[in-house]
Design a protein around this ligand. Structure first.
Ligand SMILES: NC(=O)c1ccc[n+]([C@@H]2O[C@H](COP(=O)([O-])OP(=O)(O)OC[C@H]3O[C@@H](n4cnc5c(N)ncnc54)[C@H](OP(=O)(O)O)[C@@H]3O)[C@@H](O)[C@H]2O)c1
Length: 326
């Protein structure tokens, strides 16, 4: 089978199409013939070598979120999954999804309902689940004001929609251009700010996908009893003295938290993913490219041009629709 591996950390050109043996599902696993593969910020970080400390080495096959058809099941897995179209988490976070066939733990499977294409599924599934639990981690309640920092990405567009569906009083976003801001308004944003957040003040909840040097300035934008939850690090590390800013907010009872979906039991995650598929949320697909053009997809991500989710498809997939600009 064909797969795309990171042969050399760094630029997208370090990725290459490779031939690999079709893997066999071990006990508790399934083999999925992939149709759609989600491309996200975490793939970019792994490709650059930024997550080498987490065990991601050169030669790694990227790709966590896939949708396709169950082709084989390992010991202990219900045979009824065979032939079903599903969403799954390839390698349970260890990758392997940028491939024509990929292994996934059976516990991560979510059936695709009628009307949800594989492309939609990998756009809504993981990003939406992270956004859902990030809002819950922040103890978001209806009527509260929310700021989503880094809102134009895969997680951000879902956080905006879920905050709107959850009855947020106001939904502010940061993004890099007025055009992207207009598209975020169509998803539910009520106030749009630049990446530096200048002019934004007073939020009960901040969902932050960026972190980086600007993190303290966003922490200072919280209302008393406000909660900032960092779910991503697209802007890198915060300043070394971030702890001082945390204590400067002492008398306003502010909370800072990180959130990783890794701490949520898989059964809870798949239940939310299934709920997202059934809900009326918009799958914001930036574009669809064949798997072999993964490097091109990464160049688009590196250029900061992606709005929503970029999706790769395999040759066997015939129903892909390019919804760039959706
Ligand atoms: N917590 C979890 O469980 C979990 C799960 C999966 C991924 N993640 C993390 O989430 C992050 C990826 O999120 P994603 O898939 O939504 O990313 P994404 O699709 O690449 O979007 C991130 C958005 O942030 C903005 N941005 C990018 N770099 C920035 C910078 N240096 N400064 C300010 N804004 C910047 C961009 O929007 P504008 O250009 O419009 O500003 C971009 O669209 C990664 O850090 C990944 O590790 C976390």
């Amino acid at each position: 089978m064909k797969a795309v591996a990171v042969q050399a950390f760094g630029e997208p050109g370090g990725m290459a199409v490779v031939d690999l043996p079709v893997p066999s599902p071990a006990g508790g696993q399934v083999l999925i013939t992939t149709e759609a593969i989600g491309v996200g910020g975490v793939d970019v970080l792994i490709r650059r070598g930024a997550l080498a400390a987490y065990g991601f080495r050169e030669g790694h096959v990227l790709g966590g979120e896939i949708a396709g058809t169950v082709a084989a099941v390992g010991d202990g897995v219900d045979q009824a999954w065979l032939g079903r179209r599903v969403w799954a988490f390839a390698g349970a976070g260890t990758g392997g999804g940028y491939a024509e066939q990929a292994l996934a733990p059976a516990e991560t499977l979510v059936p695709l309902p009628e009307g949800v294409s594989p492309v939609d599924a990998v756009t809504l599934g993981s990003s939406g689940t992270v956004a859902h639990f990030a809002l819950r981690h922040a103890q978001f309640a209806p009527g509260e004001s929310v700021l989503v920092r880094g809102a134009a990405g895969g997680i951000g567009v879902m956080a905006v929609q879920l905050a709107a569906r959850g009855g947020a009083g106001a939904i502010a976003v940061t993004t890099s251009s007025p055009e992207r801001g207009d598209r975020l308004r169509q998803l539910g944003a009520t106030h749009v700010f630049g990446r530096d957040g200048e002019g934004a003040e007073g939020y009960d909840v901040i969902v932050d996908i960026v972190a980086g040097p600007g993190l303290p300035s966003f922490f200072a934008k919280l209302n008393p009893n406000g909660r900032l939850v960092t779910v991503g690090v697209m802007g890198g590390d915060p300043p070394a003295d971030f702890g001082k800013e945390l204590l400067a907010g002492f008398r306003r009872s502010l909370s800072f938290a990180t959130f990783s979906a890794d701490t949520v039991p898989m059964a809870d995650r798949t239940a939310v993913t299934a709920d997202l598929f059934a809900g009326r949320l918009r799958a914001v697909v930036h574009g669809v490219l064949p798997l072999a053009e993964a490097a091109s997809a990464h160049r688009t991500l590196d250029a900061g041009e992606v709005f929503g989710r970029f999706v790769l498809t395999t040759a066997s997939f015939s129903g892909a629709r390019d919804t760039a600009g959706a």
